[in-house]
Design a protein around this ligand. Structure first.
Ligand SMILES: [Zn+2]
Ligand SMILES: [Zn+2]
Length: 197
């Protein structure tokens, strides 16, 4: 499906839109349960399940214009149940007479879940800007990791069979080796070397 041209032209959609649209597509299957997706930078509390994945990503340094790709775009997901009742359910229950008009709300007995994710950055090699640059994710890679976490969640909460995780990444052969000193995931001990290429 992917065209080689896409390599030079990453998705122009804003990052959050790209993630949310793909998320909505994949997670609507869990309806009537309500799932929300939220980026996070904060450490997650105990009790949340996590899933780490990686993909080919692209970086652009705005300080010097350097751009590079990496096969180690790391994403970590956390997921948890937030509530056993859908939002606003309590108020609706008080007035049974309205249920005939809003039949849909009566069937809403889903639970509320949250999926958080964090994307790890890398520093530029060409200039000495110390900031971790945010990665740009290819659409197909966003889809892949969201499908993978969807399967993991299915296993954890919905009795799906043991998931078959997609380990493929966009084709790419970086001409340089991975530079751990400039990789945020490496710095935090989250960059898995066993799946690196
Ligand atoms: Zn730079
Ligand atoms: Zn790394």
């Amino acid at each position: 499906m992917g065209s080689l041209l896409k390599d030079a032209v990453p998705d122009l959609k804003p990052m959050s839109k790209q993630w949310h649209e793909t998320f909505d597509q994949i997670f609507k299957g869990f309806s009537p349960d309500k799932w929300t997706l939220e980026p996070t930078d904060a450490p997650m509390p105990q009790g949340w399940r996590s899933f780490k994945d990686s993909a080919k990503v692209k970086f652009l340094c705005k300080s010097c214009g350097n751009s590079w790709t990496s096969m180690r775009g790391v994403v970590i997901f956390w997921f948890n149940k937030i509530s056993d009742k859908p939002e606003g359910k309590e108020e609706k229950d008080q007035d049974d007479s309205k249920d005939s008009e809003t039949g849909a709300s009566r069937c809403e007995n889903g639970k509320v879940y949250s999926l958080r994710f964090r994307l790890y950055g890398q520093k530029c090699k060409k200039c000495d800007n110390e900031e971790f640059k945010s990665p740009e994710w290819y659409g197909e890679e966003v889809e892949k990791v969201l499908n993978n976490v969807h399967k993991k969640i299915g296993e954890a909460f919905y009795d799906f069979p043991q998931p078959d995780i997609d380990n493929n990444r966009r084709h790419g052969r970086p001409r340089w080796s991975h530079d751990s000193s400039r990789c945020q995931a490496c710095q935090e001990g989250q960059c898995s070397s066993n799946r690196s290429r």
